[in-house]
Design a protein around this ligand. Sequence first.
Ligand code: GDP
Length: 302
Amino acid sequence: KRSWFSRLRQGLSRTGQNLGGLFVGVKVDESLFEELETALIMADAGMDATTSLLTALRARVKKERLTDAQAVKAALQEILAEHLRPLEKTFPVGRHKPLVMMIAGVNGAGKTTSIGKLAYNFQLQGHRVLLAAGDTFRAAAREQLMAWGERNNVTVIAQDGGDPAAVAFDAVNAGRARDTDIVMVDTAGRLPTQLHLMEELKKIKRVIGKADAQAPHEVLLVVDGNTGQNAIAQIRAFDAAIGLTGLVVTKLDGTAKGGTLAAVAAGAQSVRPVPVYWIGVGEGLEDLQPFVASEFAAALLG
Ligand code: GDP
């Protein structure tokens, strides 16, 4: 299978809690369910997701009278895929010109890296891309984005210091003037508890709307796949502030426990599903993949 898939699978099983391993050479009894419960919680799926997955699995085992552990594993894989499916959505490119994307997240989530990967992939598909260096505080962040833009022939609108909303505004106008297909507005990393910075994020969104009344067309949150339960709190807080249209979940190749997504799916059932457009499975430019629920479930149980 494709190499990113094996990286995802390795990443998801590196916690020593390879879910698939639990089904080898065992009987289908209460202790298997107990081990599954522990493993799902250890994988950061959270109580809600764990309970709902195992309730569904128990019902299925009973109804279909499953006695073979491998059949139970296959059933869990299907249940997990169903559970994750509401998060699956293809990123709709090309419905506005330029399509304006605003990208937010906490520091270190993988925002800048993901923007680089996205720009690279959009360009490969023949779209013209422009970036806005919305992190006007950290010179290093701006330079990182500009250096990256130069290497990859992507225009980066930046400003030394100053108002990130103004940079975003300029970028949308520049995008229009230059016949650009996609404008990506990077923003400085921030925590949902930093209320003044959350207000700033709202302002950036508002000001983008002054350059193009329908923009931003997409508001993405980049979430580190190692975040576990806290991912739900992040999603809710950013969604409340700026209305998310999608997620990028990064670092699923590393030590990520993978259960984060199950937790997100369970959380989504109690709020509203914010789709996962892409997952990050490495540091290279190709290491961003569309999220496909069935593939993810296969990797998690692999
Ligand atoms: P930002 O602060 O949100 O902009 O985060 P960065 O884009 O600077 O990323 C922080 C670190 O995470 C960098 O070392 C990236 O190379 C790394 N990173 C980002 N995405 C991934 C991923 O999908 N897999 C791995 N292994 N590392 C990633």
